[in-house]
Design a protein around this ligand. Structure first.
Ligand code: ZN
Length: 340
């Protein structure tokens, strides 16, 4: 398992030795002794829980504040003094804090573990600690997140989805060399530097009126324009074009990474191999039917009847629009573009 460790700035010492990660408050010689104990424990190695249990006996209740994580086998954590541990994983969050000496094993898949002392800052994503002792008031260990495998079409999967919960998106996104380049588009910045559609009167992020601002447009990276919500509950971030179909990989723009494939299948789904393209043009979301056999139907919010797209003719859609492709459907959702 590869573990990425980033020190958190602040007063104290961060230790990475073998499978052991720790942060200790700086109390001079006492801390030096503690770091030596940690190194010996790491050298003994073994199961994380066993290591932490032995360590608890060695360090005792008194001494500099510290938080320790031992990986390997069954991971475990320990805290003493003004320190705390926050572990997030498949079974939710576990928190452990002093001042009393406490330790416990961590079960289930672990995603991130944060060890911190008072006054710790946030991790700088450019930093990494592979081994040794550095200054810092904490550390963030990222582990267990599977690295996405290279894209291989899975014919059995009904959809390929990007999960957009905070903290998930970067891991779920395609590998860097496959990520379509963020398009540069014309926009205006609100007073707080949020990039906006020049056609909007209010900032779509903070709601501030942009009436007083000089409407000078600047080029900027296009933010995600919202989500596609699929009939199975999956969500996809709208930060690039999508080709929707049973075999979207056959589309040349998908092959060239100018669009992501959105595979929609199912028995007798009525979905064509390349059915419809969701296209981002400036700040607008458009649909282009790709000559599908059964057509693409758009249900606009408030409209009585669905509209059948003319193949090859783009139409702009607003949030809330539902799009039927055969017996499957998806919806465009966004806080943007609600008043086009
Ligand atoms: Zn704003």
């Amino acid at each position: 398992m590869s573990v990425r460790v980033q020190p958190l700035p602040g007063p104290g010492l961060v230790v990475r030795a073998g499978e052991l990660l720790a942060v200790c408050a700086d109390r001079g010689d006492e801390t030096a002794d503690l770091v030596a104990v940690l190194h010996r424990a790491a050298a003994d190695g073994g199961d994380g829980d066993g290591l932490i249990t032995r360590l608890a006996g060695r360090v005792g209740a008194e001494g500099p504040a510290c938080a320790v994580l031992a990986l390997g086998g069954r991971p475990a954590i320990l805290v003493r003094g003004a320190a705390d541990v926050r572990a997030d994983g498949g079974r939710g969050r576990v928190e452990l804090r002093g001042p009393a000496l406490a330790h416990q094993p961590l079960d289930g898949t672990l995603w991130t573990v944060r060890l911190s002392l008072p006054g710790s800052g946030s991790a700088d994503p450019r930093t990494a600690l592979h081994a040794g002792v550095v200054s810092g008031a904490g550390l963030l260990a990222q582990l267990g997140r599977p690295v996405p495998p290279p894209r291989r079409p899975d014919r059995a999967a009904p959809f390929e989805a990007v999960i957009v919960l905070p903290g998930y998106a970067p891991e779920a996104a395609p590998a860097a060399d496959q990520t379509p380049t963020r398009a540069l588009i014309e926009g205006v910045y609100c007073r707080d530097e949020h990039f906006n559609d020049p056609g909007q009167r209010y900032c779509q992020i903070c709601g501030i009126s942009m009436a007083q601002l000089t409407q000078v447009t600047r080029l900027g990276p296009r933010p995600p324009l919202g989500l596609l919500l699929l009939d199975d509950g999956s969500t996809l971030r709208l930060d690039t074009d999508y080709v929707v179909g049973r075999e979207p990989d056959i589309d040349s723009d998908v092959a060239a990474h100018r669009a992501r494939p959105l595979r929609v299948s199912g028995p007798a789904s009525g979905v064509s191999r390349r059915h419809v393209r969701v296209r981002l043009t400036g700040w607008r979301v458009e649909l282009v039917d790709l000559g599908s056999a059964n057509g693409t139907f758009v249900h606009r919010p408030g409209a009585a009847e669905p509209e059948r797209l003319v193949p090859g003719v783009p139409v702009v859609v607003s949030p809330g629009a539902r799009v039927d492709v055969g017996r499957r459907w998806f919806r465009y959702e966004s806080h943007r573009n609600s008043q086009p």
